[in-house]
Structures are given as C-alpha cells and as structure tokens.
Design a protein around this ligand. Structure first.
Ligand SMILES: NC(=O)c1ccc[n+]([C@@H]2O[C@H](COP(=O)([O-])OP(=O)(O)OC[C@H]3O[C@@H](n4cnc5c(N)ncnc54)[C@H](O)[C@@H]3O)[C@@H](O)[C@H]2O)c1
Length: 318
C-alpha cells in the first residue's frame, strides 16, 4: 500500500514511517520541520520506497499533491505546543482544524478512503470517570489545543459519514520514547541536563499521567487498521496504570543517578488547560489484542536514556 504520513519527522510520525517501510509499504511523508527533525528520518531517507515533501499542510496545494496515488493517510501533524496555546489564539485553529480539513478535502477529491488520526486524551478534560472510556463524558474544554482536536474529530466523523471514508481516531495519553522532543518528561530532562542539582516543576505537581511508549502507539494504530472497525472507530491509547508526576520524577532522577532539589512553582495546575489526571480505559484496543509492551516506568526510563545518549536534543538551541 501507499501511505501518506503527515508530521513524518515528529515523534509519532517518524516511528510510523519506519514501521510502514519495514512492512514493505510505500510512504510519502510531509513535514514542515516546525517541531520535527530531519535526523529522525535518516533511516527512512535511505529507503527508495520513502519520499519526503518538506512543506506546510496549511497550504492546500501541498496537501492535494501529497495525496496523489495514496491509499490511506496517517494524519499525525499538529501544533503540539499545548502550554502556550493562549499566547497564540489562532494557531490551534489553523494547524489542527484547518489543516485537518485540508487533509479531508484532499482525500475526498483524491478518493482516499481511510484516515488514521492522532487525537488526545486531553479532550476528556477534568474527567472524574477513571479510567475514562471512549464514550465517557466530554468535559468543558479548557485548552485551545484540546478544543481544536475535538473539532478535528468532529470534521473527520462528518467526512466519514458524508463521503464513505473509514476513520480511525486515536486518543493518545502522554506519548514518550526515543525521538521525544517535547512534553514535561523532555522538559525535566532538559532542565536537569543544564543544572543537575535542581528541578523546577510548574504548579503543585499534583497530577497523574499514563505514559505510553511511542512504539506501543504505532502498534495500536496498525492493529486497528488491520481489524474490521466501525466507519468511525475511536480508540483510547494509554498504559494500564497511571502514575503521580512525582513518581515519574523519581524514575528520571534515578535513571540519571542524581538527587536534585525539587521546587514546585505554586498551588494549582501547571497552566490553564493542564488536565489533573489522564488515565484511559483502553478495553476497546485490548479486545483487538493490543497490550502496551512498556509500562509507564519503563517508557519514561527509555526516554531518559535516549535523551542522555543524545544530549544535543537537550541544548537550548535545539
Ligand atoms: N506526544 C504526545 O504526548 C501526544 C499526546 C496526545 C496527542 N498527540 C498527537 O500525536 C501527534 C503526533 O505528536 P508528536 O508527539 O509526534 O509531535 P511532534 O511535534 O513530535 O510531531 C508533529 C510533527 O508535525 C509537524 N507539523 C506540524 N504542523 C505541521 C504543518 N502545518 N505542516 C507540516 N508539518 C507539520 C512537525 O514539524 C512535527 O514533525 C500530534 O497530532 C499530537 O497532537 C501527541
């Protein structure tokens, strides 16, 4: 098959590209390098079945050209800077909603019948139903990023119904692993790289997360793709447990063999829109036979070891 992977140079995108190539498929990647890195595609670029288009998916011409001859689309590109969303009020609308519409409209015109989309567990907001199933109550949206993902999911569903497109939507928990370049695990590693004696944590640190290794995410998407699913299949992707932020800090510091002083910036959440607890019910994926290979501790430790071995990613200039 011939796949289009948007966000091909990112964390999830580059691993998806590698897996699809390893399975013998042809892959077109699109990336603007806004957060992705050319070096993550070094292996793929040596493969004659891989082609990369460097461009911005906000430009419809780029999207329609990239979709030529494609059988299915992994739409993984997005603005992944959640924390500063309110500083740039249009960015999530443009990068997550309009770009998703561009993809869907190009698929309609090119008669492409399958989309796999990376949504986020953040759309469940301050859910009190834990672990949260896919049909759990959707909270009032508290971040522009989660609002834009929910809007993108709605456009995907409507296009799926209206134009006979098969849609697979994956609501990811906190994805970590090799090639991780953002999120709080990365931020903590970057801080500790600069000054191993102290770590500043935004807010009171009273949050719980459900870290999942990127390879497990790719497994989940490919498994669902190869199973019969409803026209719009929605799947939570997270680990079997959740852990306190302080536990993850302990894993990081023990992996680095350091004992920094931990400073919390103040009471309350790290920023407006930061979910207090992410813990997903992934029964739907388990029924298809998916289980994460790494638990949260192993996933975080793998990330820390990778970043320690690739310190250039932690430099401020990176
Ligand atoms: N990493 C997580 O914890 C997490 C959690 C929930 C959801 N997700 C979703 O998973 C997807 C992948 O996330 P990731 O962690 O790999 O992020 P990432 O930042 O590593 O990758 C995103 C990629 O998309 C590219 N991109 C962004 N906008 C683009 C545009 N307009 N045109 C072309 N390229 C563009 C970036 O350059 C980058 O390579 C995203 O949709 C994200 O919202 C990630």
């Amino acid at each position: 098959m011939r796949f289009l992977v948007t966000g091909a140079a990112g964390l999830v995108g580059s691993h998806t590209v590698d897996r699809l190539l390893a399975e013998g498929h042809e892959v077109i990647g699109v990336d603007s390098y806004i957060t992705g890195r050319r070096e993550f595609l070094t292996g793929a670029s040596a493969n004659p079945r891989f082609n990369l288009i460097v461009g911005d998916l906000f430009d419809f011409t780029t999207v329609i050209e990239a979709c030529e001859g494609v059988d299915a689309v992994f739409h993984l590109a997005a603005n992944t800077d959640v924390r500063y969303g309110t500083d740039y009020p249009r960015r999530d609308l443009d990068q997550n909603v309009i770009v998703t519409w561009n993809i869907l409209e190009a698929m309609r015109r090119r008669d492409i019948k399958t989309i796999l989309f990376s949504s986020t567990a953040a759309i469940y907001g301050d859910s009190t139903l834990l672990p949260t199933p896919e049909d759990g109550p959707l909270a009032i949206q508290t971040s522009l990023q989660s609002a834009s993902k929910l809007a993108a999911e709605a456009f995907i569903s409507a296009y799926a119904q209206g134009y006979g497109i098969r849609a697979l939507v994956f609501r990811f928990a906190s994805v970590v692993g090799e090639r991780c370049t953002h999120g709080h695990i990365f931020d903590f590693c970057r801080q500790l790289h600069a000054h191993p004696d102290r770590l500043q944590v935004l807010g009171d640190g009273a949050v719980r997360r459900s870290y999942i290794d990127v390879a497990d995410c790719v497994d989940a998407m490919l498994l669902a793709l190869h199973h019969p699913t409803p026209p719009v299949g929605i799947f939570n992707v997270g680990s079997l447990t959740s852990c306190a932020l302080t536990e993850s800090i302990g894993w990081i510091t023990s992996a680095l063999n350091i004992q920094p002083a931990i400073e919390f910036s103040g009471p309350g959440p790290a920023w407006v829109g930061s979910c207090p607890v992410i813990y997903l019910d992934c029964t739907k994926l388990h029924r298809l036979g998916w289980q994460p290979k790494l638990d949260p501790e192993a996933a975080v430790r793998r990330t820390v070891h990778y970043l320690a071995a690739n310190p250039r990613l932690l430099e401020p200039s990176a």
